[in-house]
Design a binder for this molecule. Structure first.
Ligand SMILES: [Ca+2]
Ligand SMILES: [Zn+2]
Length: 482
């Protein structure tokens, strides 16, 4: 009988929403009914605008190099390439998938496998298919066209491999896809610095998610793992919430996730047994409340108790710890006859929104031109992990001396609520190792001068910790010093 129930999961993966959620948002599912008949719904193509800008493609390739797996798994697990790989033009693509497989699959297997799942996976390149990627039994298939159009995207493999580990006897709705996206989020993205993507915990997509299979729910899974973790007690594994539900689906005790609201069904009964909450919806409401109030802040998986299952080290959002200095505020806003920052070369910066609002406009001497950058313009994850939302490094061209600086914030031209309120100015004589000069934690001024004391240096760095009141856009009109 088991064969009849074999599932075929299809994840439509487009370079848009899926990056954000771990899988396509407008995706559809091709599954099997209990009688084994295949059903397929039509895919709606999500718009390109939700493309996840936090995930620089070129960095993802470094995954295996940066995060060597602790288990020597390559002997036990195997990936076999089949199909039309000769039609895929990027020579490195196959290699990148291979690396990913040997990093991610052993982790997924160790955490969620029971021993019956396949250890060899056949990775098939197929041109004659509508599905962008899918997996079933011991196979994962990728569409040739998708691979050629999006060679930078390899993260979908982790999602599909999680489906291989699931091998659920029945098809569920949100749980199946949410869990696969979580497998990708935790054991691919958050397993290496360069793959990390950050989620706005107060974002609308997160708060409004209501059990759509491809919606923004990976953080809910992260919350479940955090609050109700799998633990080792007296030498025995005691499964937490996520692992308990996963196991109950695998062994047929849970066959339906379509009613998260009514207490007493098998799904919610298990939730109650482990958490005390009557329903998964009651738990979700608590999670949203905690996200909004800040009583639970996701900063990586480093502190998760269930890490003992794999003994992994995770990247962590951790602000740099060093001795910050705060300079006294001047009673007047100073202007400088000889502004030593004027027309300094932008040596590096975290990004800008367009050619009319570049970082250079911070130091062009004009009060009506600004450096503007949105959160999405920042792709340097290593800085984001340290809490730096935006930054700029200026080369003053030669050694320059100044003893105070003036910042013209957004409020000098636009709404005051756009003001950056926390930043740090640092100096250096090389473009790399900077020395703290002035740290401001909660400055509300539109234009303000700080007395740093006399400094002579070649390079200046400005780090923005709080760019605005809302979505993380920085708007700074001038930075001057003398
Ligand atoms: Ca300017
Ligand atoms: Zn999927």
């Amino acid at each position: 009988m088991k064969k009849l129930y074999a599932r075929r999961f299809v994840s439509f993966i487009l370079a848009s929403a899926f990056m954000l959620s771990g899988c396509s948002s407008g995706g559809s599912e091709s599954g099997t009914t209990s009688s084994g008949t295949s059903i397929k719904t039509t895919e709606t193509v999500p718009s390109e605008t939700v493309y996840n800008e936090y995930l620089p493609s070129e960095m993802k390739r470094e995954f295996s190099v940066r995060n060597p797996m602790q288990l020597d798994s390559s002997k036990e697990f195997k990936v076999v390439f089949e199909g039309e790989w000769d039609k895929i033009t990027d020579e490195e693509y196959k290699h990148a998938l291979q690396n990913e497989f040997y990093q991610v699959y052993p982790r997924l297997y160790t955490r969620w496998g029971t021993g019956s799942e396949p250890k060899t996976i056949h990775l098939i390149a197929e041109s004659n298919t509508e599905d962008i990627a899918c997996s079933w039994e011991d196979k994962v298939q990728v569409q040739v066209r998708y691979a050629n159009e999006h060679p930078e995207d390899i993260g979908y493999l982790a999602h599909e491999l999680t489906h291989n580990i699931q091998s659920y006897p029945v098809g569920l709705k949100w749980w199946t896809e949410g869990f696969a996206s979580y497998g990708r989020f935790r054991y691919f993205h958050w397993a290496a610095d360069d793959c990390v993507y950050l989620i706005d915990q107060k974002g609308e997509d997160l708060i409004n998610w209501s059990y759509e299979p491809y919606g923004e729910c990976v953080l809910f899974f992260a919350y479940m793992d955090y609050r109700f973790p799998t633990l080792l007690k007296n030498g025995e594994w005691v499964p937490g919430l996520v692992d308990s539900i996963h196991r109950a689906i695998k062994n047929g005790e849970i066959t339906d996730d379509s009613d998260p609201y009514t207490p007493g069904n098998p799904f919610n009964s298990l939730v109650k047994k482990i958490t005390g909450y009557e329903t998964i919806e009651a738990l979700r409401a608590k999670y949203v409340e905690e996200c909004v109030n800040g009583t639970w802040v996701f900063d990586g998986f480093g502190s998760y108790k269930d890490n003992i299952v794999l003994g992994m080290h995770y990247p962590q959002i951790k602000p740099d710890v060093y001795d910050r200095k705060t300079a006294p505020k001047s009673s007047t806003v100073k202007e400088y006859a000889n502004n030593v920052f004027k027309d300094a070369r932008v040596y590096r910066c975290s990004g800008f929104i367009n050619g009319n609002e570049t970082a250079a406009m911070l130091v062009d001497g004009k009060y009506d031109t600004k450096w503007c950058a949105e959160k999405g313009n920042v792709t340097e994850v290593s800085m984001l992990l340290k809490g730096v939302c935006h930054y700029i490094v200026l080369d003053l061209g030669s050694y320059k001396t100044f003893s105070s600086y003036t910042l013209y914030n957004a409020g000098t031209v636009e709404d005051e609520s756009y003001n950056a309120t926390s930043w740090e100015l640092l100096w250096s004589n090389t473009p790399n190792h900077f020395i703290p000069l002035d740290y401001q934690k909660d400055c509300k001024e539109n234009a303000v001068t700080f007395e740093t004391g006399e400094v002579t240096c070649r390079y200046i760095m400005l780090k923005i910790y709080t760019p605005d009141n809302g979505p993380g856009t920085v708007r700074l009109y001038e930075l001057q010093a003398g």
